[in-house]
Design a protein around this ligand. Sequence first.
Ligand code: ADP
Length: 220
Amino acid sequence: MIDGGGWPTYVVLGRQGSGKGVQCERLAARFGSAHVSTGDALRAAVRAQTRLGRLVEPSLVRGALVADDLVTGIIADRLALARSTRSGVVLDGFPRTVAQADQLETLLAPRSIHLAIHLDVPPSVALDRLFQRRVCAACNNSGPATTCERCGSATDVRADDTPAAIGQRMTEYAREAEPLLAWFETRSLLATIDGIGTPNAVTARVAAAVSASRMAGTAA
Ligand code: ADP
């Protein structure tokens, strides 16, 4: 099995509010990789009112999962781009189901996923974060402040951070997470990280897990 060499594929998993976005951004910066967020791509399609955007908008507003073939199409395009530029990818929000994980494995072949990092945060902590979350439209930074701490633009509440849509997304996560985590575990690709703490503390844990997996890959 070819593991991706200098252009690795990392997957970051975790429930809503686990801090995936921030950690993906940092991991991508570390490796000069593309940060590929299916949620960001779908929201951009909705904003631009493309055919895809109009198709997925009702699901996004409700907090329901979008059909597998639509998100897999986005990922296939991004992986093709990464392959042509020989850059790595950090996948944020994909795969979310075992069917998507199988499709990812097929898309990457003969390469494979380097590591799946599971940010483990209990529902109570995640809910606290989600109910306070505001997002900056200019730079995508998120946090509780009404003015972006990174670029100074005004922040807003995400359209699917309503109590009903948060509940729906958490329910979807609870249904899909266990078999998905087991899929990665069976392939010895899973690193579960404590996601409680400051973003920097979690980044340090992610970095340690990535280094450990790279060392193990070198030793093998
Ligand atoms: P969150 O993890 O907080 O729900 P995301 O930005 O990852 O936020 O996703 C937002 C929405 O985009 C999801 O509720 C779902 O409608 C859709 N979506 C994103 N990724 C996927 C995926 N892999 N499969 C199906 N739907 C997805």
